[in-house]
Design a binder for this molecule. Structure first.
Ligand code: PLP
Length: 439
């Protein structure tokens, strides 16, 4: 196989070529690699294949849709499956979300949501609200808006010229006080007050358009909000007329042991972004959900018969993505996968936390069917030890996500107890082997 032509995303392209990992097929909980090995997918692809790989209902729906209508343009035109998909998503969205703007990814959802926030304030005559507040360690994809409000230093540092007028709150990771917490940590709700402090010391509140937050920061290594934190952020935003955006690209569709983190964590944003599990990873798609209040404000401000929101992608509401989405939501419902995630989460939690006391394990964090096991950084540098552990797990036939020093687990929601046990025992063994090598 010639590996020369593709510039791989978020990869160490050259070292990859020395030891390439090539996937050739996937079914259920397993990938097959190019040597024919079966690899247990403990990360649902990239947090997206929530119903497992190769689901026949989803594949058939996409195939049938391709035969019927492959593509249709927008500009005052659309197609039946687009409206049907939007209706389905609104039906299962948290209460208060009435309208869907379709995108093709989480990154596009992030930028779309920021533009909706600006358009909303402009429509109300508050054109001075142009600032965004994200968080350290936040991840909102790779487009310009998302990179700018994102707070993972590594993702920002090569791009000096990001959006101006962006500020970041501190993250909520506090291993000293909250180490090895199961579920939402007890300490740190007061960090939300940093938003209020920043508003008064650095910003006029009337200049801030939106605060964007992942209810659970996934890409930074499964960082959960302390109990009460999100509600305090919500209250401060409401008090100052600032829109609150939740980026539920990972947490949506059952990951946190319920349909949305908005519901499992009991705090409702003004704008909700999603992607990934929306189509089970079969066809790219994302969406931004808003209530009628935001939609009507933007639409009513436009003069009659004009385009109200000058934004959209060639593939917004792509018919194949819509077909995949409807079938995916059918599968989640008919197979009771969100309920299954909730039922299995204590087993998952126990298996993850059984690694407490294993060499180098610095913290374990979890909710629903997602967990992060953070290792101490070795003298070789950030992520080197965790990278070795991940490689050993891969060799033992288990794939998880590596993010900094954290090994992140988010298996498809069809995972069973034996597979959960295998995932964490493989990890334990890999860590022990690395510890023995270092000794
Ligand atoms: N937002 C969050 C919270 C994510 O985790 C991700 C991807 O991991 C994105 C946005 C970007 O999504 P995509 O890679 O589909 O653009």
């Amino acid at each position: 196989m010639n590996l020369d032509a593709m510039w791989m995303p978020f990869s160490a392209n050259e070292s990859f070529k020395a030891n390439p990992r090539i996937i050739t097929a996937a079914q259920g909980m397993y990938f097959t690699d190019n040597t024919g090995r079966q690899i247990l997918d403990a990360s649902a692809g990239l947090w997206c294949v929530n119903a497992g790989h190769g689901n026949e209902r989803i594949i058939n729906a996409v195939t049938e849709q391709a035969k019927k209508l492959d593509y249709a343009p927008f500009f005052n035109m659309s197609h039946d499956i687009g409206f049907k998909a939007a209706e389905r998503l609104v039906e299962m969205a948290p209460k208060g979300f009435d309208k869907v703007f379709f995108t093709n990814s989480g990154s596009e959802s992030a930028d779309t949501s920021l533009k909706i926030a600006l358009a909303y304030h402009a429509a109300r005559g508050e054109t001075g609200r142009i600032k965004f507040i994200g968080r350290e360690k936040g991840y909102h994809g790779v487009n310009f808006g998302g990179t700018s409000v994102g707070g993972i230093g590594f993702n920002r540092k090569a791009f000096n010229h990001l959006l101006p007028f962006v500020d970041h709150l501190r993250h909520t990771l506090d291993i000293e006080r909250n180490g090895f917490t199961k579920g939402l940590p007890a300490y740190g709700a007061e960090w939300a007050d940093e938003l209020e402090n920043r508003i008064f010391t650095l910003h006029d509140p009337k200049t801030i358009a939106a605060v964007i937050i992942e209810p659970m920061a996934g890409s930074a290594g499964v960082i959960l909000p302390p109990q009460g934190y999100l509600q305090r952020i919500r209250d401060i935003c409401t008090k100052h007329g600032i829109l609150l955006i939740f980026d539920e690209v990972i947490t949506g569709f059952g990951r946190t042991g319920g349909d949305w983190a908005t519901n499992t964590m009991g705090v409702t944003p003004d704008i909700l972004n999603c992607a990934k599990g929306i189509t089970n990873g079969v066809v790219p798609m994302g969406a931004v959900l808003v209530g009628n209040g935001i939609y009507n404000t933007v639409v009513d401000a436009a003069s009659e018969k004009t385009i109200e929101f000058a934004h959209g992608y060639t593939y917004s509401a792509h018919p194949l993505a819509c077909a995949a989405m409807i079938a995916t939501l059918d599968v989640y419902r008919d197979e009771g996968l969100f309920e299954r995630a909730a039922q299995l989460s204590p087993v998952f939690e126990q298996a993850a936390h059984s690694l407490q006391g294993t060499p180098f394990v610095k913290d374990i964090r979890n909710i629903g069917l997602v967990a992060g096991v953070e290792l101490e950084t070795s003298s070789a540098g950030l992520g080197k030890r965790a990278g070795l552990v991940q490689q050993k797990c891969w060799e033992a036939g288990v794939l998880m996500r590596l993010t900094g020093e954290t090994l992140a687990f988010s298996p498809p929601l069809i995972v069973n107890e034996a597979e959960i046990e295998r995932i964490f025992s493989t990890l334990g063994q890999a860590i022990t082997e690395v510890a023995n090598q270092e000794a």
